[in-house]
Design a protein around this ligand. Sequence first.
Ligand code: G3P
Ligand code: MG
Length: 252
Amino acid sequence: MKPTHRPAWPYPRVIAHRGGGALAPENTLAALDKGAQFGMTMVEFDAKLSHDGRPFLLHDDRVERTSNGHGAAAAMTYAELAALDAGTWFDPVFAGETMPTLEAVAHRCRVLGLAANVELKPCPGTDSATGLRVARETAHLWAEVQPPPLLSSFSVEALEAARIAAPDLPRGLLLDDIPENWLEQARRLECVSLHANHRKLSPALVTEILAAGLWLMVYTVNQPERALELKQWGVDAICTDRIDLIGPHFLD
Ligand code: G3P
Ligand code: MG
């Protein structure tokens, strides 16, 4: 089969995971600052909805691991979430950090010149609503920004809602185990990229993904030697926690 034409990957090749990787409390404004301090030009972060429908940053369904609060994020209003300390758990030097709104994140990315990979990370049962609202707000907040924010999700429902809400924003399908029908799924959701767990890839599968005309980003790659191996396999970009070891130009 003739390989499908693949335009050049339009984003930086190294992406800071959760803002500042392992060097700052994840998914906070301080994490974005840390990423920029280390010269990163693109960040990944996790966006979900508060009980009152506000897009904000948090990885888990619950707030315990990354804040001084307790409970399910989906049951809390943004005002309740914003009252929590999301920095001290990581290091007291980050006391006072909060779970930022997507709006504050868009502003900080603009100021710092960071391109964005917005991961749609729905709380249970809110896949479509999260895809719709986060995509719509991302389109509004990053209007005219180039390259445009790249939306991604493990949730097919969230990606489908994002496709309808903000059809012009590029989408990436996040995969842990790579299912047989990865190409059919990516085509149905009109995705431009696969975002794959690097541990589940082989050189042959990478070749197949690229030949299908998709871009390939891999997560979470924390060893420089592994990053170089994946580059040899042909991946377009890596997402890393170790921005201190794998700098912004490591793959150039
Ligand atoms: O987008 C790559 C990576 O962030 C996916 O996994 O669990 O860290 O959000 P997770
Ligand atoms: Mg993520």
